[in-house]
Design a protein around this ligand. Structure first.
Ligand code: GAR
Length: 189
């Protein structure tokens, strides 16, 4: 049966695009039912508009607390009835209460080989450490940040002369393969 997928973004939305392009294939057993951004100016929304995908904005700056924002997020998601919620560059920490309500359905992509480098500035930290490889991870979301069970990982080399920008671009290309593959794995399991 076709699974219903919501995708949460905050910015560029290139992973959201990769997920939607994969789901556009007739043999992919999932479809996007909602693109949701916490930023009205997220570039990723242009893609949703151009493709006629259902989208909405819940601007976090309009809420007094994290809990109030998460309650609005929860309401919007309940209306869309997703089986799976993909965080794709969604740069808001979610409250434990929200995460528990959607436990098992929430997944995230993170630009490092977790458990290495949870949090921000992953590429800078990998370069500073003199690592020879980097990568990305798709994982279940649990209340502790970037700590849930790993669904899949992809590795890329760190090359001599790499900068944050060159490494980020290489990792992002890997993300665009990994995230749809992990989504497929999840919906087919
Ligand atoms: C991606 O690299 C994703 O792994 C990262 O944000 C980028 C979003 O790019 N996510 C995190 O850092 C989450 N902590 P995109 O908007 O082009 O998909």
């Amino acid at each position: 049966m076709t699974k219903r997928v919501a995708i949460l973004i905050s910015g560029r939305g290139s992973n959201m695009r990769a997920l939607c392009q994969a789901m556009a294939s007739p043999d992919f057993p999932a479809k996007p039912v909602l693109i949701l951004s916490n930023r009205p100016d997220a570039a990723g929304l242009d893609y949703a508009r151009a493709e006629g995908l259902p989208y909405t904005v819940i601007d976090h700056t309009q809420f007094e607390s994290r809990a109030a924002f998460d309650a609005a997020l929860h309401d919007a998601l309940q209306k869309a009835r997703p089986d799976i919620i993909c965080l794709a560059g969604f740069m808001r920490l979610l409250t434990p209460g929200f995460v528990e309500k959607w436990a098992g359905s929430l997944i995230n992509i993170h630009p490092s080989l977790l458990p290495k480098y949870p949090g921000l500035k992953t590429h800078q930290r990998a370069l500073n450490a003199g690592d020879t490889e980097a990568g990305c991870t798709v994982h279940h979301v649990v209340p502790e940040m970037d700590a849930g069970e790993i669904i899949g990982q992809s590795r890329v080399p760190i090359l001599p002369g790499d900068t944050v920008e060159t490494l980020e671009a290489r990792v992002r290309e890997a993300e665009h393969q990994l995230y749809p593959a992990c989504l497929r794995k999840l919906v087919e399991s």
